[in-house]
Design a protein around this ligand. Structure first.
Ligand code: ASP
Length: 343
């Protein structure tokens, strides 16, 4: 199963090696389903979402299925197979938001396979928006989620062992770049030579045939983070924001920088004020860089966005970010994002 999927992904990505992304216009009014996910592994998330969207399902159900699909996959940065914190524990963050601003979130959640579904339960079964740590885990178990063994995947165990040699604690600019190239030499796409994935947070936003938007974000957070550290990904407004009257946006990259500008809320508000999704993503990235242009040379941050009319946009601080789109015209295709710096 994994091998087939891997081959499919390789073919998909090789088919469009260097498409540069611009603004995509809808060809006609009316609601055509669309799903957009961060990174090239977004094709896996989109595979989860499209069967729902293409059969007139809700965007909310589609983005949850996108999260489940990627959480099932072993990767460095999402789900229980992700890299651990500096103490060796995998801690997961996730959130979900629908067209009516209903939202749910979990952070610092351990030993639960599908944080995106727990986030949805927080949204639907509690009067709250966010549960963290042991409380989130307790709630998940009460809701019938299985408490998994506390165990690193072989890939994460190896990465952790390597990291322990220096135990250097600093934010990683482009995790895919440093891990494949050790931070030197020409950029290598975020795929290891053996074909395994090596990407960051998975964010998915979708528009359904009713014209409703929803989004989700799921991550194991920055690799080897301090125990207890939570980034932007489970924070509504920072890592994800949806407003049916304006648009939807989701983020990946250095969470602290995205939180500082309430990134996804900013992108959506810019769209509300007339910016296209592309312009909104660019302005939000410029805001991040303006705060500290020197430090911005050393971290990555990225946004993707969909307007309420179904236009899309994406922008990043540095090259190396890509994303996947599936709609009635584009079948699960990966595009390179434009970026502020050319590196
Ligand atoms: N935004 C995530 C975080 O800060 C990490 C990532 O996207 O790679 O936890």
């Amino acid at each position: 199963m994994r091998d087939t999927r891997r081959r499919f992904l390789q073919n998909t990505i090789l088919a469009v090696p260097a498409i540069k992304f611009g603004i995509m216009k809808r060809s006609k009014e009316g609601s055509r389903p669309l799903v957009m996910s961060t990174w090239d592994s977004g094709v896996i998330a989109n595979e989860g979402a499209w069967p729902v969207l293409s059969t007139q399902g809700r965007a909310l159900d589609a983005v949850e299925q996108a999260g489940i699909a990627i959480e099932n996959h072993i990767s460095c940065c999402v789900g229980l197979g992700g890299n651990p914190d500096r103490d060796g524990y995998v801690t997961l963050d996730s959130c979900i938001m629908d067209e009516k601003a209903n939202c749910g979130s979990v952070a610092f959640l351990e030993r639960i396979k599908h944080p995106v579904s727990v986030a949805r339960k927080v949204m639907e079964k509690t009067p709250h928006v966010m549960l963290v740590g042991q409380g989130a885990q307790q709630f998940a178990v009460q809701q019938g989620f299985h408490l998994e063994e506390q165990k690193l995947s072989p890939e994460a165990a190896k990465a952790y062992k390597d990291w322990l040699k220096n135990s250097e604690y600093k934010p990683v600019k482009n995790i895919e770049r440093t891990q494949t190239n050790k931070g030197k030499g020409p950029f290598v796409p975020n795929r290891l030579q053996d074909g395994s994935f090596n990407h960051d947070t998975m964010g998915t936003i979708a528009l359904d045939s009713r014209g409703d938007l929803s989004g989700m974000c799921t991550t194991s957070g920055m690799a080897f983070k301090m125990r207890g550290r939570v980034g932007d990904s489970p924070l509504i407004g920072a890592g994800l924001f949806v407003d049916n009257e304006a648009g939807a946006a989701v983020a990946t990259g250095q969470g602290e920088e995205i939180i500082r500008i309430s990134g996804c809320h900013l992108v959506v508000e810019l769209m509300r004020n007339g910016a296209s999704p592309q312009e909104a993503c660019e302005k939000a990235i410029e805001r991040i860089i303006k705060r500290d242009p020197v430090r911005a040379k050393d971290f990555q941050a990225c946004f993707i966005a969909i307007s309420r009319g179904g236009d899309t946009g994406a922008f990043a601080v540095h090259p190396g970010f890509n994303f996947a789109i599936w709609n009635s015209e584009i079948e699960n295709t990966v595009f390179d994002s434009k970026s502020y710096f050319s590196d």
